[in-house]
Design a protein around this ligand. Sequence first.
Ligand code: NAD
Ligand code: IPM
Ligand code: MN
Length: 454
Amino acid sequence: MSTRKTIAVIPGDGIGKEVIPQAVKVIEATGVPVDLTYFDWGADRYLKDGTTVPPDGFEILARDFDAILVGAFGDPRVPSNIHAKEILLGMRFKMDLYANVRPVRLLDASLCPLKGMEPKDIDFVVIRENTEGPYVDRGSITDKGTEDEVAIQEDVNTYKGVLRIIRYAFEYCAHNKKADGTPRARVLMCDKSNAMTYAGGLWQRVFKELSGEYPQIKSEHMYVDALCAQMVRDPRQFDVIVTNNMFGDIITDLAAGLQGGLGMAASGNIHPGRTSMFEPVHGSAPPLAGKNIANPMGAILTAAMMLRHLGFSREARRIEAEVLDAIRQKRTTQDIGGAMGTSELGDWIAKSKFIAHVGDPDFHDGAIIRVTSEADQLLVEIEGFSGAQFSVRFDGVKSVFSHKPEDMTIDALVEMEAPPPSRRFVFTNSYEPEDEGGDAYLDITAENLSVKKV
Ligand code: NAD
Ligand code: IPM
Ligand code: MN
């Protein structure tokens, strides 16, 4: 079994305080060995005692935690947004979390505002530089308040900063597959080098330099304005996009729209080998706060991303499968057409409990050898990782949905909610980004099951 991991949880402001508890419920429901510690950083704390980040705050996070789970920062009572700057941008900059990884995945066709898009069509990732650009907030104002006022906002791009983020994108492309198991193959660099020639020139040169090191990966380029148009015209063309801090911010809100809106989008702020931070892409949405209507799926998918980063890919996959199941069953919040409350949806997703180790721990990483049926029985024969065989018999079968079940590698048997006396069992696919394939499934509604080692 994996060793325990420690997670710092910072819900923050507004809907951050509502969606993060749902992500935590779901993490806990998986039974993953983690210890959570809460931090009250955010607007309330700032308004109470003036603290944004306590002394040594970032050192504590980096030293004592394996990962950080964050909600959002932003509160109308703090118009300067100083706490958000010091906490959120503080973590990104001071902990040097240079790669902001924002996956853009359409989970279900019903969520996409574009006609005819299927999940296989939208599965790309934006790698956003996270420590430079105009976000360093360097600049000056002269002649303030006069007609001669000039405000200068500097866009800082260092060779080392540009090099490491573009390298991250190529490495990401080389080592990650799409959800359907096909390899990633293209890195597209997005800039505005036709107008911003100093910064753009550096990005162009570094991109060219690194492209040569990855001959197996196709390198492409688009200006950011053209990219925005393409993203809504035909997002199927994108694979890995690498860009600077500000363009990355903007295009990932646009890309969130393709996935069903800001409530669906997840992200990780990563420095390989260091304590990394995970947060939904959305903000604190003050108009939604306190109403139990915010969509928790972005935060829940962010939790899955964090668990995968910590080595718990099985639990991450399970969470993703449960979110997808909720979408398919129209168990959603109102932003994507449902009627559930934030907290009720969190409960529902967390309730799809996992039947661990049915019969034997060896049941994990097994493969389905044969599926046979007779009258209202279904027999699933499984070979475990060690070669041991199991037969799982379902009685009183009402329905079976399956796709290539006999080629399927399984890692778990999950029980989903079903109206009693029916029970619903789903074999989850042990798809890993590094593995081949991944779209097989076997979903059975029956009255009972029994497991025998044969
Ligand atoms: P926002 O992401 O909070 O909201 C933008 C729109 O998306 C709103 O219409 C909102 O209702 C909707 N939305 C966002 N999350 C949703 C969810 N989970 N479910 C349903 N609908 C959702 O962005 P904003 O309105 O521009 O900013 C509000 C505050 O959040 C500001 O203070 C901003 O600075 C801050 N902010 C913080 C972060 C962060 O901490 N990571 C990110 C973005 C914005
Ligand atoms: C995001 C947010 C932040 C950003 C804000 C709150 C500073 O929009 O995480 O996308 O611009 O990076
Ligand atoms: Mn943003």
